[in-house]
Each structure stands twice: as C-alpha cells, then as structure tokens.
Write a new protein. Structure first.
Length: 317
C-alpha cells in the first residue's frame, strides 16, 4: 500500500546554546567612566614624603586606583545623620551575555569581602552615569542605590554609590556586585573593590590675639583711652582647614566698640588669613572718672556648629 504525504516520517534539527550570566569586571574604563583612573594612590602628591593618604585627594575629586583596587573620594563635608548632602558617584554595570542578568549590589566591610567566597577575584572599574537622589543614611557612611538590577542582554545600567560622612575621620568599606545563578567556576566575574573617603568640616583659628581673660576667652585689651578719641586694634582670622570657609560675625549693639565687619561674613580660602580692625570710641565719662567698658564679638563658621569663638573686648574710658 502506498503511503500518503501525511504519513511520511519527518525529522527536525534542534539547536540550542547555553549561557552563563555574568557582568563585565575587567574593563576599568567602562566601569568607571566618570572618575579619573590612576595606577596607584602613591601617584598623588602629598606634603609628606612617602605618605599615601586619601586626604591628599583634592576636594570634590573622585579617583579609582588600580593597584589598591579602590574608589577613593576626596574630602567631603560632614553631614548630620539623615542629611541629604555628601557625594554621589555612579558606576556602570554591563551585561555582555545573550541572556538577562540579575545583579545585586551591597556595601560591606573590608573584612566581609575578604572572607566572602562570592568575592572571588573581581576587580573594580570606573563607570559614568546620571546621579539620582541619595537614599537615607543608615549605618556606615557609604550606601548603594539601587540594590538590584535586571539587565537585558548586551545592555548596561548605572549604580549610585553615596558617601555621607558624619565625622571628621577616614572611612573604609567595600563594594560587591554579585550575579544570580552564577556558576562557582565563574566567581572571577564578581565585581569587588574597596571604597575610601574622609570627612571634613570648615574650620578657622584666631592667630591674634593670644591674650586670654580669666574665663579663657581671647581678649583684646584697649587699656586707657581718652574720651572722644579712638583707639584701633586688630585680630587675625586664619583658615586652618582644607576647604573654603565662611566666617560669620555678630556683636551686640549700643557699645562704644565699633567693628566694621559686624553682622557680615568673611570667606577665606584654605590657608588664607585676614586681619580685621576693631575700634574703641568712648564718648563721655560720667563725673570725669574712669569707667571700664566691655563687649564681645562672636565668630562662628558656616556649616560647622562646633567651631565658635568669643572675642572679648575691654577698655577704660
């Protein structure tokens, strides 16, 4: 009996390809597009020979060091807990495979990454991207947002790393990016690198005067001045910090002391100092007898509630 076409045997070739999900970890320039990439932190010039410190990085500058495998933030102004300032940098996470990749991102202590088997031999890379709003500060000074991304094949996403120091000290943590369903023999595709940064605040010092009263306040003593005459003395304010500082001056009204910078401000660059004048102008003395007069100048620093000076003024008319 002859077979009909519908009864003929058919064969099909089935073809498939297996893929392992992973992210790019070796292309430093791709990961850190926005930051400067240097060979080592020792390439940064410092004031002390042989000294390698994160504080030597310029304010507002962020670099990636290949030898130390560290994304290092220059000095950043300290904020209160929960503050929204600080510094944020983005890195680029790329999926070079033909399948979707689910990546997770975390900030850990350096010790956690060293002992974490998932850390493998991953290397950090610099990336660039648009910066978003920082998440609330909880725990350490470093945080990451978002904590997860599902990246389509041959596409990339950006991850924000936030640095919000709350104290004047050096901070160290590590960034770790892991991929879901990654084989154990692909652990070298994990992205891991250190994070470093330092907190700072604007600060000043009064270079002159050096004399103090019994309460420990700095003192300008005009001594005896004739009525209807003027005596002028000065004090020197110096910016002892590494960032631009704005000083605010306040003085009570209705005294025989005059201060041209009263109720105003003074901005000093790092290391800069300026001399300011104060005048003692007694107008009248009751009964022709000597009279001791006093006042004070309050000097505060913008964005640093802890740096305040009270300059005592004293004179005899």
């Amino acid at each position: 009996m002859e077979k009909t076409p519908s009864q003929w045997a058919r064969s099909f070739e089935v073809v498939g390809e297996s893929c392992t999900p992973y992210i790019v970890t070796e292309d430093i320039q791709s990961i850190f597009e926005e930051q400067e990439v240097i060979h080592s932190l020792s390439d940064i010039k410092s004031g002390t020979e042989g000294s390698v410190k994160i504080e030597n990085i310029g304010i507002g500058k962020v670099i990636y060091s290949q030898v130390e495998k560290m994304l290092a933030f220059g000095p950043v102004m300290c904020t209160t807990v929960g503050g929204r300032s600080g510094c944020v940098e983005r890195i680029r996470i790329t999926n070079p495979t033909k399948i979707d990749v689910k990546a997770s991102f975390a900030i850990k202590s350096v010790e956690e990454v060293v002992t974490d088997p998932k850390a493998g031999k991953g290397k950090g890379k610099e990336a660039k991207g648009k910066k978003g709003e920082p998440p609330p500060v909880e725990g350490g000074a470093f945080s990451v947002h978002p904590e997860n991304w599902e990246i389509p094949p041959h596409e990339h996403r950006y991850v924000n790393i936030h640095f919000n120091p709350t104290e004047m000290k050096t901070y160290r943590s590590s960034f770790l990016a892991t991929v879901e369903d990654q084989n154990s023999d692909e652990q070298d595709k994990v992205l891991a690198f250190d994070l470093g940064g330092s907190g700072t605040m604007p600060c000043i010092a009064l270079e002159q005067p050096t004399q103090r009263d019994q309460e420990g306040n700095l003192l300008i003593d005009f001594e005896r001045v004739h009525a209807d005459r003027t005596s002028s003395k000065s004090f020197i304010v110096r910016n002892d910090g590494i960032m631009t500082t704005t000083c605010l001056f306040d003085m009570p009204p209705g005294t025989f002391f005059t201060f041209p910078s009263k109720d105003s401000s003074l901005t000093l660059n790092a290391g800069e100092k300026q001399e300011l004048s104060v005048n003692f102008c007694p107008v009248d003395v009751a009964g022709g007898s000597e009279e001791e007069m006093s006042s004070q100048i309050k000097i505060s620093v913008l964005n640093n509630p802890f740096d305040k000076y009270y300059l005592k003024l004293k004179g005899i008319a």
